[in-house]
Write a protein that binds this ligand. Structure first.
Ligand SMILES: [Zn+2]
Length: 90
């Protein structure tokens, strides 16, 4: 068995990028980062789900409130994370 990236590694990397902006659940499964994981946004005080791989890559990889704050309401429809959210709804 090869050692894969674990949720703990992911949390460490995320904290390097975001500091204490988000709270992570250390016991969620982390299947290679290709699944959505639930993260808690300290600023907006709510859970959101995001693809693990995208979370650390996108500086704005927060909840919807974070992204609206960051890029503005007009642009939000084009944001890659929104695309994921829309897909999830279907
Ligand atoms: Zn937020």
């Amino acid at each position: 068995m090869t050692k894969k990236k674990t949720i703990q590694t992911f949390i460490k990397e995320s904290k390097k990028v975001f500091g204490d902006r988000f709270k992570y659940y250390p016991n969620v499964p982390y299947p290679g980062g290709k699944e959505k994981i639930t993260i808690y946004c300290n600023k907006h005080q709510k859970d959101f789900t995001v693809l693990a791989v995208k979370h650390t890559k996108l500086q704005g990889g927060g909840c919807k409130g974070c992204i609206v704050t960051r890029i503005g309401k007009e642009k939000i429809a084009d944001h890659p994370i929104i695309e994921e959210w829309d897909r999830k709804k279907k």
